[in-house]
Design a protein around this ligand. Structure first.
Ligand SMILES: *Cc1c(COP(=O)(O)O)cnc(C)c1O
Length: 384
């Protein structure tokens, strides 16, 4: 039986793993207590669940559980760390560095810091999507408080050299934050070995529920952050508001599954990815990969088809749930700023397709994607 649609947009979100749902259920039903109620069993069992999840989330990145603050997602984590660090360091070190291809929430939080009077540098990237390390070093000065560079890019999948950036930041006494929403649980990350002071994580990118994430913060006087949400002092005062034990438990379970299955999943995905690339390239030999060819997350394939009309292409591959280079930020119209940053001409950005594969992608879906894209490209007489 042939299929009529396939979800291949794993960078935008991932399906909830059934095992994650099972871990969440007790906290949506009988174990409904408030984890901050210290007087009775209902509170204690909810608190215990949050504690277990904190250990599970920390273990994936070799962090201490104390360093994990649960919050609503990577958007909140990014806002908290950029604004919170600048609020603490702003007087003595008013300079913040980030990169042109960061997720909108980092760029917008950085813009808010600039409006608040801090000095902002937005580094460019090369055609491969990677930053230039010597340029980063030249940009740092005695006033630089924080460098924020993402781990894996959500659009083009390239992996920035985190260990090198971390070492450079540590050497210059600058704090290092990485938005790891697309990397956590997928590629090996070690906050100690990579000198990462802050890391943003999102549960719904790793087969967990939407609406929960974490900020990792290295436990040190220098990494103090000014809270951006004030209230009942939860999460060590860093993020007020009643914790959501169901979401947090699901996040913990999702993190644990990623750690246990990482190697096996990478193997499976890389075989699928090879077949996908080969299949599409057969019908469209002119296909070009956007961003670095090897330093990238294997679950992300972002390609353009020279000479192909993007609007017609997307109309013809309906049923294949992928993301377009014309509207990668979905709510924002116009060609992607990430593809623009790697120097891709507008017409090639418009014919760009991001195909995301993951844990539940099947061979049948890979075939479907190859067929759909091949047909659509052939219909336009093939690409140049
Ligand atoms: C999805 C994503 C975010 C936003 O995460 P939410 O948890 O949805 O707020 C931030 N950065 C990157 C790189 C992402 O992929």
């Amino acid at each position: 039986m042939s299929i009529k649609s396939a979800y291949m947009d794993y960078q935008s979100t991932t399906p909830l793993d059934e095992r994650v749902l099972a871990a969440m259920m007790p906290y949506l039903t009988e174990k409904f207590g408030n984890p901050h109620s210290a007087e009775h069993r209902f509170g204690w069992e909810a608190e215990a669940a949050v504690d277990v999840a904190r250990e599970q989330v920390a273990a994936v990145i070799a962090a201490t559980p104390k360093g994990i603050t649960f919050l609503s997602g990577a958007t909140e984590a990014n806002n908290l760390v950029l604004k919170g660090v600048m609020e603490v360091w702003g007087r003595s070190r008013p300079h913040l560095i980030t990169v042109a291809t960061e997720h909108k929430c980092v760029l917008e939080a950085a813009a808010a810091c600039a409006r608040a009077g801090y000095r902002l540098t937005v580094l460019p990237v090369g055609e491969d999507g990677l930053i230039d390390l010597s340029q980063l070093e030249d940009t740092m000065d005695g006033e630089t408080a924080l460098v924020s560079v993402m781990a894996v890019n959500n659009e083009i999948g390239v992996i920035q050299p985190l260990a090198e950036i971390g070492a450079m930041c540590r050497e210059h006494g600058v704090l290092f934050h990485t938005d790891a929403a697309q990397a956590y649980g997928k590629i090996p990350l070690d906050v100690e070995a990579m000198n990462i002071d802050f890391m943003s994580i999102s549960a719904h990118k790793i087969y967990g529920p939407k609406g929960v994430g974490a900020l990792y913060r290295r436990q040190d006087r220098l990494t103090a952050i000014a809270p951006q949400m004030h209230g009942g002092g939860q999460e060590g005062g860093l993020r007020a508001g009643t914790q959501a034990p169901a979401l947090v438990s699901g996040f913990g379970k999702a993190a644990d599954l990623c750690a246990v299955e990482m190697v096996q999943e990478q193997g499976r995905l890389s075989i699928m990815r090879k077949r996908l690339v080969r299949g599409i390239a057969q019908a469209a030999p002119g296909m070009k990969i956007n961003g670095h060819h090897d330093l990238r997350w294997i679950g992300n394939l972002n390609v353009n088809f020279p000479g192909i009309d993007g609007d017609r292409l997307f109309a013809d591959i309906r049923g294949l749930a992928v993301s377009s280079g014309a509207a990668c930020a979905s709510a924002i119209a116009g060609p992607s700023y990430v593809l623009d940053a790697i120097g891709l001409p507008e017409k090639d950005a418009k014919s760009s397709v991001r195909i995301g594969i993951g844990r539940f992608t099947t061979d049948e879906e890979i075939d479907f994607a190859i067929d759909k894209v091949s047909e659509a490209v052939s219909k336009q007489g093939g690409c140049e």
